[in-house]
Design a protein around this ligand. Structure first.
Ligand code: FAD
Length: 355
């Protein structure tokens, strides 16, 4: 007997998981297939940081994206009886006079007051920060792996999770879709970087970037803040920390490298020399699904309106995916038009999509 659902979702990273969750909340029937390869979401630090880069630029749409992310992780936390989002201020080490000058300008700007404490901060004694630190507010991190594991258990209990590789050749497209014993109105690909092998969407301009992250145990207690110094340091508890991430657009394997480890350790020990006695306990790598214009790829294939994509969240999945999961659910249920800047059809004419 065929199993009938509304949406067949391929990929159980953060994108497929939160979209599946939103669709179920809206009363839709889903089925999820995931090949259980190590994915970007499992490696990610889950950082949410509204003000980024040396120019201290506020993320576009932060006033829309951040409350939605906070609300989604809070609701999921209540549902599963766990904390998934850890709100924690970030101390940004001022790296040069130019950054100091930019900070002075930003701290006069009302639009930044919710995100930046306007006075320079005295750094903790363990920190090498001769020009001082800037305290950023509304920052934090998502415990992504913990959330994905809870959602996977949930989908398994609802009997809508299948651990297997999706076989593109076996997809039948008619008015709806059929795959093995499943029929659905639409298929939605949430494959992260593996979308570059997808016959319907590989024409989209992904610009993937590898990243590496270290987990270490310190030998003396860590200050209780996230640190940003071009790289970042997240204290997971009094002694354990994660540091990352490298950004490597040219080497697209998901393998930890000696070079990546060295870069991260050098930067870390430079800002906190006492960490030269820390023990490395994990070294991970993953590939971010970044895109040419830095905006996600969401929507329907230009020729097949039963084939969709929800991808391209780059280095900002924890912030963006909750809002766009809700938005795409509303679009699929014909409750709102898709925001044009994220619609994958913005590239419909750049190269002929596959027939
Ligand atoms: C080192 C690193 C650090 C990062 N740090 C942060 C951070 O601090 N903050 C932040 O917001 N973001 C961060 N990111 C980015 C974040 O990981 C991504 O934005 C987000 O996780 C992307 O989720 P996704 O579900 O689209 O892709 P993925 O997590 O890659 O999930 C895709 C899933 O689809 C499965 N799949 C693919 N193809 C198939 C197929 N044919 N059949 C079956 N299954 C399939 C994959 O196995 C995988 O499980 C980081 C990424 C990396 C690599």
């Amino acid at each position: 007997m065929a199993k009938q659902v509304d949406y067949l979702i391929i990929g159980q990273g953060l994108a497929g998981s939160l979209l599946g969750w939103e669709l179920m909340q809206a009363g839709c029937r889903i089925h999820l297939i995931d090949n259980q390869k190590e994915n970007a979401s499992q490696v990610a630090a889950g950082l949410i940081n509204p003000i980024t880069g040396m120019r201290l630029v506020k993320q576009a749409d932060i006033e829309t994206l951040l409350p939605c992310a906070q609300q989604t992780y809070h609701r999921l936390g209540q549902f599963f009886g766990q904390d998934f989002y850890i709100a924690k201020d970030m101390l940004r080490i001022v790296r040069n006079q130019k950054e100091l000058h930019t900070f002075q300008q930003r701290s006069q700007n009302k639009a930044y007051l919710d995100y930046l404490v306007p006075e320079l901060q005295i750094p903790p004694t363990s920190l090498h920060a001769p020009l001082g630190t800037i305290r950023q507010k509304k920052t934090g991190y998502l415990l992504t792996l913990k959330l994905l594991n809870c959602l996977k258990d949930f989908f398994q209990q609802k009997q809508c999770y299948q651990a297997s590789q999706f076989d593109y050749q076996a997809l039948q497209l008619n008015s709806g879709i059929r795959y093995q014993n499943i029929t659905a109105k639409k298929i939605i690909f949430c494959e992260g970087y593996q979308a570059i092998a997808n016959p319907w969407f590989k024409y989209l301009p992904f610009q993937l970037a590898k990243g590496e992250i270290l987990t270490l145990t310190a030998t003396s207690p860590l200050p209780d803040a996230i640190f940003n110094y071009g790289r970042w340091l997240i204290p997971l508890n009094r002694l354990q920390l994660r540091t990352g991430a490298t950004f490597e657009p040219h080497q697209l394997d998901a393998l930890p490298s000696t070079q990546g480890k060295q870069q991260l350790l050098e930067a870390l020990i430079h800002i906190m020399p006492s960490l030269n006695t820390a023990h490395l306990i994990k070294h991970q790598a993953g590939i971010r699904p970044t895109t040419l214009d830095k905006a996600p790829f969401i929507g329907l294939h230009p020729q097949y309106d039963n084939v969709a994509i929800f991808n391209g969240f780059g280095a900002k999945g924890s912030l963006q995916i909750p809002f766009y999961s809700r938005h795409f659910t509303q679009y699929l249920r014909k409750q709102s038009p898709l925001i044009a800047t994220v619609d994958c059809q913005r590239y419909a004419n750049s190269k002929a999509p596959p027939a």
